[in-house]
Design a protein around this ligand. Structure first.
Ligand SMILES: [Fe+2]
Ligand SMILES: [Fe+2]
Length: 303
């Protein structure tokens, strides 16, 4: 099983480098510029092909190395092993706000003057959703969406925490960035894992699909007893760009996935485009969010 980290498991100076790359790759569409909940249309495939080459050529070496490791080590077996390892949720018990503060210990090499902390990113995302008048569960989903990054604090390498997620155990879409790095993934040599459906049944639904492991799948499981399905879709698939931005893998979807795609797409602009350098006032916002958290979550939940 491929669980051995590479010699340098942390090529990114900060997790933000991956997110900045995503922002370059998926510039804010006009329609979503006002942060309306208008879903994205999958972009023109012709044009996309052209852009792919540019993104790959222009990517920072750190980002390229990050994707190389991600595509090399995220095998089908790895994604199953990590579910086994983490989804018993037996590491600790924490409330949501406590988890936000815990995640905030994640300090990387980024410039402290210009970059927001993890807690600030969560508050900023939630505040933008709130200011657009969305329901309370939607605001709360924004608040918790990246708490799965605490995996980094437990020694998990960057390539196993962040990155655009993709289905393992079946053919890789060429719309995933740096597709050629999959040639080094051991699954690439296993023909039954490289057919269109691979280990899955046509139309089986994403719930049965083992996406590459990361912070999305983890936070989904932490929250799944507490948030409505639309919010859970946002949590679980917010990094699944090959689906929500590229329109790939339709053969694996079921009716429920097709129904909920609009929520994943409604969430994406808040995650990707709300980063402003003006830090939110944490002390001022805390009472509002403590109330909101208490409305949906018990005082302590399992992580
Ligand atoms: Fe995220
Ligand atoms: Fe995020």
């Amino acid at each position: 099983m491929e669980t051995t980290p590479s010699p340098n498991p942390t090529p990114l100076h900060s997790l933000e480098e991956w997110e900045d790359f995503l922002k370059d790759r998926y510039p804010e569409p006009q329609a979503a510029a006002s942060h309306s909940a208008a879903p994205f249309k999958a972009t023109d495939p012709e044009k996309k092909q052209e852009q792919f080459r540019n993104y790959e050529a222009d990517a920072r070496p750190t980002v390229r190395e990050f994707y190389r490791l991600n595509h090399r080590y995220q095998t089908h077996d790895f994604s199953k092993a990590k579910r086994e390892e983490f989804l018993s949720l037996s590491r600790r018990e924490m409330g949501i706000w406590e988890a936000m503060e815990y995640l905030n210990q994640l300090v990387d090499d980024s410039d402290p003057d210009t970059d927001l902390s993890q807690l600030q990113h969560l508050l900023q995302t939630a505040e933008q959703i709130r200011s657009d008048g969305h329901p309370r569960w939607f605001i709360l989903t924004g608040l918790v969406h990246d708490l799965g990054k605490i995996l980094c604090l437990w020694g998990e390498p960057q390539w196993a925490v962040v990155g655009d997620t993709f289905p393992t155990g079946c053919a890789y879409s060429d719309k995933i960035v740096f597709p050629r790095f999959f040639e080094d993934n051991p699954d690439y040599q296993v023909s039954k894992l490289q057919t269109k459906n691979g280990v899955y049944e046509e139309g089986c639904g994403l719930d049965s699909v083992k996406l590459s492991w990361g912070h999305d799948e983890y936070i989904y499981h932490v929250c799944k007893d507490y948030l409505p399905m639309s919010g859970l879709y946002m949590l679980r698939y917010h990094s699944f760009y090959p689906w929500h931005r590229e329109g790939q893998y339709s053969h694996l979807l079921n009716e429920q996935d097709r129904e909920n795609l609009k929520w994943v797409q409604a969430f994406n602009p808040y995650d990707l485009y709300t980063k402003s350098h003006k830090p939110p006032n944490v002390a001022e916002l805390r009472p509002f969010y403590e109330d909101l958290i208490a409305e949906y979550f018990p005082k302590k939940i399992r992580w």
